[in-house]
Design a protein around this ligand. Structure first.
Ligand code: C5P
Length: 313
């Protein structure tokens, strides 16, 4: 017998407050300083016991669901399989671990908000409970790091600095709540492609790639809960590459800045653009300005920081 028959986990999207991309490593990744911030835009993943032992299946509903693979390449399935392997494949009842996953998406797909990583993190937490494994969050984060660089943060939440390829996390103390608007774009951008374009632009410019470090002004702004200072310190080294691949985003950023955003940047590898507002009311105004200018598919408001993946039912 397993602990329970159905578990639902809610998991947040992230925005990068600072994404400093260092040199390309031999393993194809870049050393980063990545300041992650979890925001109140959530996917939900429900894990249910399937009829057939050993089966791993997934269904996807909601935001751009048709663009998410519903097969073994789905990051949530890969996470569930990695967890089953970690636990020795066979449960206490003598049957191989198995799960039916249902993902309800609100986080934009391939949007630079770590939606796939969030689903993987949620699947780890949900399957851990479904199968009664009782692993610690740290153990789940370690398994998650093998699935994708952003998975551990989706389990941690809050605000944190990621180093290495982004998976080694140190929580950052932050005061109060920050109000955000996200301009969602049509279609996604491939993360490897954006990193590749960043390398290409740097090589063409003959740029010396510096070792990345955390921005002290940004850390102070978070500590003090100073939205104006945070807006001024937002930075993303992938932004020139995302703009080169999707030039229309420059106008989206301009519209948000003209409407009084305290800061505007491409979220992660894009194409979602993030805007910091002075208040919840200001966020709604920014959202309306972006929508009425026709520079995005939709604009959504969210607050941060919020906790990482949590069991809600
Ligand atoms: O680890 P994850 O699957 O999220 O990364 C997707 C891709 O993004 C990698 O295959 C790599 O091309 C790029 N990446 C990188 N450096 C990082 C993180 C990701 O080049 N630190």
């Amino acid at each position: 017998m397993t602990a329970t028959q159905r578990v639902t986990v809610r998991v947040p999207a992230k925005v990068n407050l600072q994404l400093a991309v260092g040199p390309l490593r031999d393993d194809g990744y870049h050393d980063l300083v990545n300041v992650f911030h979890a925001v109140s835009l959530f996917d939900e993943v429900t894990a249910t016991e399937p009829g057939a032992a050993g089966a791993f299946t997934v269904r996807v509903e909601g935001e751009a669901a048709s663009q998410v693979p519903a097969d073994a390449t789905n990051l949530a399935i890969r996470a569930a399989e990695a967890l089953a392997k970690h636990a020795g494949q066979i449960g206490a009842d003598g049957r191989p671990y198995a799960v039916d996953l249902l993902i309800r998406k609100a986080i934009p797909v391939a949007g630079g908000m770590a939606g796939g990583s969030a689903d993987a993190a949620a699947a780890l937490l949900a399957c851990d409970a479904l199968w009664g494994l009782g692993l610690s969050r740290e153990e789940l984060m370690e398994i998650g790091a093998g699935i994708g660089s952003d998975v551990p943060f989706a389990l941690l939440g809050g605000t944190a600095v990621g180093t290495g390829r982004g998976e080694r996390l140190t929580p950052v103390p932050a005061t109060g709540a920050f109000h955000w608007v996200f301009a969602l774009a049509d279609g996604g951008l491939s993360t490897p492609r954006v990193y590749g374009e960043c390398d290409r632009i740097r090589a063409e410019a003959g740029e010396e790639v510096a070792w990345p470090s955390a921005d002290e002004a940004l850390m102070a702004a978070l500590r003090d809960g100073d939205a104006r200072a945070l807006g001024a310190a937002l930075a993303n080294d992938l932004q020139p590459a995302a703009l080169a691949l999707r030039p229309s985003l420059a106008r989206t950023l301009d519209v948000g800045r003209d409407a009084g955003a305290l800061g505007a940047l491409v979220s992660g590898s894009g194409p979602t653009c993030a805007f910091l507002a002075a208040s919840a009311g200001h966020a709604r105004e920014l959202s309306e300005a972006l929508t009425s200018a026709g520079v995005c598919r939709a604009a959504v408001t969210a607050d941060g920081p919020v906790p990482g993946a949590e069991i809600v039912a």
